[in-house]
Design a protein around this ligand. Structure first.
Ligand code: MN
Length: 235
């Protein structure tokens, strides 16, 4: 039935490649991996009970098919009674490599978006206590809402400006991109020593203080100055 030669040996039809829209373009950005940096704002590290001076940021991953596209709802997930928002700058790469020098790292950036690192905080707390991995807390279905991407030619490389989220019109997180402990080029360079980065990779760049829980019916509106907005309802 399927005559595309590159598909003929699959035992079932592969899932489509996850993509993000690009603002002002019909083209789509095909997503390869999603990396997330933890504790990249000192005030958030402190609110989670850590000393930002002693603990360098670290990385975890979400799966590309957990993206929630612009205009779609965030379905409240199973197995948690404490689901938190984390507003984040999202960095999108259009080329990859290993051991990328800091001073060349911005050449790898296609553009930026506004994302939400949705987190089952209760399951994360349990995992931390037991020394277990974080996937059930961080990589569940629909855990990565993201805006359309804005190209570098449109927005440049934002390094300062407001990053905030309002829930039902009330400001919950409010910070500035200049508070990031590890800057975007440093994150790319460091990640590229641990992984082979590829075109299509996204990096969720960490969140400021003020994370908190949402419930069904809430409306989250987030903003990163110079990049854009995200609006997601909890269904
Ligand atoms: Mn986060």
């Amino acid at each position: 039935m399927n005559e595309m030669p590159h598909l003929k040996n699959y035992v079932f039809t592969p899932a489509p490649v996850p993509t993000l829209p690009i603002a002002g373009s019909e083209a789509l950005f095909p997503v390869h991996r999603i990396y997330c940096v933890g504790r990249n704002f000192a005030d958030h590290a402190i609110e989670m009970g850590h000393d930002p001076n002693k603990e360098p940021p670290f990385f975890f991953q979400k799966n590309p098919d957990t993206l929630v596209l612009p205009g779609k709802d965030f379905p409240y997930p199973s197995a948690s009674k404490d689901v938190h928002f984390e507003i984040e700058l999202v960095v999108a790469l259009h080329k990859g490599g290993t051991n990328i020098p800091v001073d060349e790292a911005l050449d790898y950036v296609f553009g930026y978006g506004v994302g939400l690192d949705m987190t089952r905080r209760d399951l994360q707390g349990e995992a931390k206590k037991l020394g277990r991995p974080w996937e059930t807390a961080k990589a569940f279905e629909a855990s990565a809402p993201c805006s359309a991407l804005h190209t570098v030619s449109e927005v440049g490389h934002p390094t300062e400006g407001a990053i905030w989220i309002k829930v039902n019109g009330e400001t919950r997180q409010s910070g500035d991109l200049n508070q990031m402990i590890w800057k975007v080029p440093e994150m790319i360079a460091y990640l590229s020593q641990l992984f082979e980065l590829k075109a299509g990779d996204l990096i969720f760049a960490g969140t400021p203080a003020g994370v908190g829980a949402i419930v069904k019916g809430d409306e989250m509106v987030g903003h990163v100055a110079g990049v854009g907005d995200i609006k997601v309802s909890v269904a």
